[in-house]
Design a protein around this ligand. Structure first.
Ligand SMILES: *Cc1c(COP(=O)(O)O)cnc(C)c1O
Length: 389
């Protein structure tokens, strides 16, 4: 008997990256110019574009957001004796990048509405040895930058490093996300809004850090000063590493980022569509949808629902996954993770991180999601929520 293949609809992933236009022709051009290492012509074009958009002192393209966070830890001279405050509900490397430099990790809880680091929780952890606070703009919505800034003003040696992996082209008031911290970091991993497979950037917001950032980025040498003619030979100055993004990847990335207006418009439309469909059902289905801010522009990285009742989420996820819909949960609370234990000196209580981690469902969210895929996701989710209500 012939197999009937078309009874099972094709799976819908959480994320599917797509070409926006010039990526492949730029890569071809980058190959033919012969400069394929870091700091090449395409890297300069991406850095110029991001420097303008983010109002930054300088931009260094890196191999990942993780290495950009590691570079920020080196620039802040993070070492044993210092502590760094990170949200428990965050990506592993938001914390591990600072543990590598020997910092004590302190885990703050998150705000139950924004899912971003809770300033009250930070206030209970900060002291004179705090070197950095690392907010994540979860899903592309701004963390409470105003209150975090007030906290570091009281504790003079601490700094904000924004892990802006989700928030590129979002804003807090009139200012871009990523422009508030002394440093901020970006990710161009395949799962992010703009991608070159693997990649990231360090955003340097203060002039005083630019020269040293280039030294550490250039393997600890004064190569940048040499190329500018400021020194007559280049040598090893201090500890650094190899952080640079290949110009071949920067070429691909430029093809993505130059289409930012269209990409962001489509992501906003999809977010609004999920929101319109699901927010009237919040009470009936026992869910919460992400808030929409009047004052801050989201970068629309994710759409999620928080399911009421802790046991229910896994049953809903199972139905979605059986229907071929890629709806993972993510972020196991870091304060409970095994890897964090050597770097902590006390117990942390992060009940909101624990609860959100057990109740969140992220929905397929990418700019090429079709109408019929959207409808299938919305119907399957609604059905699964009804069965489990
Ligand atoms: C994806 C992500 C990272 C890591 O990005 P890479 O480029 O893969 O290193 C860090 N922090 C957050 C919040 C992320 O979502």
């Amino acid at each position: 008997m012939p197999l009937i293949k078309d009874t099972v609809p094709p799976p819908i992933p959480l994320n599917r990256s797509s070409l926006q236009g010039n990526e492949l022709s730029y890569v071809q051009e980058a190959v033919s110019t012969g400069h394929s290492a870091s700091k090449g012509p395409f890297s300069n074009r991406v850095a110029d574009l991001l420097r303008t958009e983010l109002e930054a002192a300088d931009i260094l393209l890196t191999t990942s957001c993780t290495t950009a966070l590691e570079l920020s830890a080196m620039l802040l001279n993070v070492q044993p004796g210092f502590n760094v405050i990170v949200p428990s509900y965050a990506f592993v490397t938001t914390a591990s990048a600072f543990a590598r430099s020997g910092a004590e990790l302190r885990f703050a809880d998150i705000d139950p509405v924004s899912l971003c680091i809770d300033p009250d929780s930070v206030g209970a952890l900060i002291d004179s040895s705090t070197r950095a606070i690392v907010p994540v703009h979860y899903g592309g919505m701004a963390a409470d930058i105003d209150r975090l800034t007030q906290l570091i003003e009281v504790h003079g040696d601490s700094n904000i490093v924004e892990d802006n992996a989700h928030g590129l082209f979002g804003s807090h008031g009139d200012s871009p996300l990523g422009s508030f911290g002394r440093f901020s970091t970006l990710s161009f991993h395949e799962t992010k809004n703009f991608s070159c497979g693997e990649g990231g950037a360090l955003v340097i917001n203060e002039k005083r850090d630019v020269a040293r950032a280039h030294t550490l980025y250039d393997k600890g040498t004064n190569r940048a000063a040499f190329l500018d003619g400021r020194v007559d030979r280049y040598t090893w100055i201090e500890q650094g590493s190899s952080f640079g993004m290949s110009d071949l990847l920067a070429a691909f990335l430029l093809g993505q980022i130059e289409q930012r207006t269209g990409v962001m418009g489509r992501r906003q439309k999809l977010f609004t569509r999920y929101h319109k469909q699901l927010s009237p059902l919040e009470a009936g289905l026992g869910i919460e949808v992400p808030p929409i801010s009047e004052t801050h522009r989201s970068a629309y990285h994710t759409f999620y629902v928080l399911v009421s009742g802790e046991g229910r989420r896994d049953a809903v996820l199972q139905e979605l996954n059986e229907s071929g819909i890629g709806a993972p949960f993510h972020y196991q609370p870091l304060h409970r993770s095994e890897g964090a234990q050597p770097w902590v000196k006390r117990k942390f209580d992060c009940p909101i991180s624990d609860s959100v981690s057990n109740r969140i469902i992220r929905l397929p969210f990418f700019d090429a999601l079709t109408d019929s895929e959207f409808n299938r996701v919305a119907e399957t989710l609604t059905g699964a929520l009804r069965h489990t209500a």
